[in-house]
Design a protein around this ligand. Structure first.
Ligand SMILES: Cc1ncc(COP(=O)(O)O)c(C=O)c1O
Length: 487
């Protein structure tokens, strides 16, 4: 190990460690083989995270037994240390629409690295960004302009700023149960006390109204102070679908009151629901569409705000305002290449139609389960965004166990389904929000018929077992309750 004087700060400063001389790194070597580095250190991942990152996440994983140490991802599958294969219905919160490590995305990214492109010149414009923007607006031809971002939340931030600039108004309306991200503006539009508490005060002039309530929207817009109404066509938290006339009616109300209609398609976009955009199911043409997640091809963070020209022109209206919104890494070549290749793969592999077909099959199977199992209250979804909602049973024995669990921690029941799905059936899935009774399926659009069989068989087995009291599922409930009490 070498200690040197930090010359930039003068001799009185403490001596600093040179990274290359750290005892855990080979001396003066450059690490280029990340696979080898991963293999060398993966067993330390939970310890490293406990020490240097989010310790509470490690505690959660250990408590529910998800600390299996995934070592490989391919398509819709993950592989643990023992090489066991898992079906991933979480897909990185919707990032892996094409599956993990799609060969076309990898090839596109490698080609960027091999091409020595003039990335991020800043005092030039990016060719790849021009191509991706051209292709995106061709898929939503009522929109003209694109602003690229580095994440979904950043796309939401841009939409808020653009709406205010375009209308000269400050108000933003969003919906109850909405999720738009965790940066300050996006969080101000999201409705979850757990996410918001300790971070307030948030952005002023943000109003929340019930989802699917046109009367409430009209009331909110009436004073003509609202710049934008931002809505997820299908809400991710809870997988809540709009009623048949809601989005069309909302777009019409916005138009009448001079408010911009913004569709947050960060989760629902790019084929997830069986259409390129979810709004297409209801024939709606928003003033702005927000994309992110799947546009990354699962590799490079990227977001996009697609908007009408008149909105953009209010933001960038003269040369001295050419840089009023943007970010250093927006439009970087790797992100643009990932986006271009993602659109190509969606089309070439017919993934949007495939998502519609697989989703239809799964929804039918879950609907049949809802008829047979009293704990399953409702199933809903479009394409491969599906919610299975559980609720209070009728029979006395089950009801007593359900009530006990609910009293200990609202929404805990879903863990009695997701944990056995993971431990016994190697299916990774999620609960659709804090204290939610809905399990969400958000798999890669690439899932096969055999994967659908796997899902149906596994859910059938675990849901069936949850209807037996006493039984293994409710024993798990007891141990989770004990954890919850201790917490
Ligand atoms: C609908 C929606 N909007 C915005 C976001 C925020 O995106 P990001 O996590 O990339 O900031 C998410 C993320 O889950 C989302 O589902």
């Amino acid at each position: 190990m070498t200690l040197v004087n930090d010359q930039t700060h003068g001799p009185s400063r403490p001596k600093r460690l040179i990274a290359a001389d750290h005892p855990n790194l080979p001396p003066r070597a450059t690490t280029t083989d990340m696979g080898a580095l991963f293999a060398q250190r993966e067993a330390d991942r939970y310890a490293m995270h406990s020490r240097h990152l989010n310790e509470q996440l490690v505690r959660v994983l250990r408590t529910i037994g998800y600390d299996v140490g995934f070592c490989r991802g391919q398509g819709q599958y993950l592989y643990d240390r023992q090489g066991a294969r898992y079906l991933d219905l979480l897909s990185g919160f919707g990032v892996f629409a094409l599956g993990r490590n799609h060969p076309a995305i990898r090839a596109a990214l490698k080609s960027v690295l091999d091409s020595e492109l003039p990335n991020l010149v800043q005092m030039d414009v990016s060719t790849l960004a021009g191509i991706l923007a051209e292709r995106l607006v061709a898929l939503a031809p009522y929109l003209d302009k694109v602003c690229f971002t580095n994440s979904g939340a950043e796309a939401v931030e841009a939409a808020v700023k653009f709406s205010r600039a375009a209308t000269g108004r400050s108000g933003i309306v969003s919906c109850e149960h909405a999720f738009h991200g965790l940066s300050y503006g996006a969080l101000s539009l999201s409705d979850d006390a757990m996410f918001r508490s300790r971070f307030e005060p948030l952005l002023p002039d943000c109003v929340r109204i019930p989802f699917n309530d046109l009367g409430a929207l009209e009331k909110a817009l009436h004073g003509r102070t609202i710049a934008a109404f931002i809505v997820e066509p299908i809400q991710g938290k809870g997988v809540n679908l709009p009623s048949a006339d809601y989005l069309k009616g909302a777009a019409e109300l916005c138009r009448r009151h001079g408010t911009l209609f913004v569709a947050d398609e960060i989760q629902t976009g790019l084929g997830r629901t069986g259409r390129f955009l979810a709004v297409e199911h209801w024939n709606v043409e928003p003033d702005m569409v927000l994309l992110a997640k799947a546009l990354s091809g699962g590799h490079v963070p990227v977001g996009a705000v697609l908007t009408r020209k008149h909105v953009f022109d209010k933001v960038f209206d003269r040369m001295e305002r050419a840089f009023v919104h943007g970010s250093t890494f927006g439009k970087n070549d790797l992100a643009m290449a990932a986006g271009i290749a993602t659109l190509d793969v969606l089309a070439a592999d017919g993934l949007i139609d495939k998502a519609a077909r697989s989703g239809e099959r799964l929804l039918q199977a879950f609907t049949a389960m809802a008829e047979r199992y009293e704990l399953v209250h409702e199933t809903r979804g479009k394409g491969l965004m599906i919610g299975v909602q559980f609720g209070s049973p009728c029979s006395f024995k089950l009801k007593a166990s359900w009530n006990l669990l609910e009293a200990a921690s609202k929404g805990l029941f879903c863990q009695l389904i997701t944990i056995p799905l993971f431990k016994e059936h190697r299916i990774l899935t999620q609960v659709a929000g804090h204290a939610s009774h809905t399990i969400k399926l958000l798999p890669s659009l690439t899932i096969s018929e055999a994967d659908c069989d796997w899902i149906i068989k596994a859910f059938e087995a675990v849901i069936g077992a949850s209807h037996r009291v006493p039984g293994s599922v409710w024993s798990l409930g007891k141990s989770l309750m004990a954890h919850s009490m201790r917490a």
